[in-house]
Design a protein around this ligand. Sequence first.
Ligand code: ARG
Length: 269
Amino acid sequence: MGKRNRVFLFMLLMAFAVVLAACGSSENSSSSKDSKSESGETSLKDKKILVGTEATFAPFEYMDDNGNIVGIDKDIVDAIFTELGMEYEMRHVGWEAVFQQVQNGELDMGASGITITDERKETFDFTEPYFEATQVIVVTEDSPIESAKDLEGKKVSVQINSTGHQAAKKLLGETNPNILAYENLPLAIQEVINGTAQAAIGDNAVVYEYLKNNPNAKLKVIEDDAFEKEYYGFMVKKGNKELLDLLNEGLQKIKENGKLAEITGQELE
Ligand code: ARG
């Protein structure tokens, strides 16, 4: 073989090696991409998850003096996303908007003291429960009302489409005009204070927190076994198993390491 031919052969081999190496590396990167999208996990994990809430629901979600959303739900979501190594943004969108926007995809999830109900489960999926609650009645200190039965014939205010609203319908009848529905629970309680309604029905921890924060409102709370136990869960669009599984994974971790109980002050069995 002449010198020229040897040089040519060498160059050919080199070129071949370069092509091989390039193939190898491109094969590598494409296969790693494939494995990412196959599990789907990475794409969601890299995304900023949009969380909707209605932040007039202390102690679960409310605005601090700087306009930041704070509270138990915020702390739990924060702990879950820290566990998962994921990012989120929480937005105060309003109560009914949480449901609309999770359904139409503007939001990825709802974290808003949302009770897991069979009716909601037709349209949404919920995580495992993270808090136990029930409804209570709130009346003025001098009210003659003593139990759920006494609400008959009285004007009762509630937060619209809340489980308190459902409870009022169950007690007074589905279309009873004495049920006054408001955008949020503080507005409903306000109507008891100003005398428009004789009672309000709302979530226990939130009503007690309201009384604590408004000692001059002269209100009292009535508990009644007529109200069933409720459980709060985080809500995603029906079928969003990918996010649901991640949320449950994070929730399970903070249940096991005691963080959840530390935040809520409650032991769930
Ligand atoms: N737990 C009740 C429900 O699911 C009321 C929740 C209201 N939450 C709120 N952030 N305003 O219907």
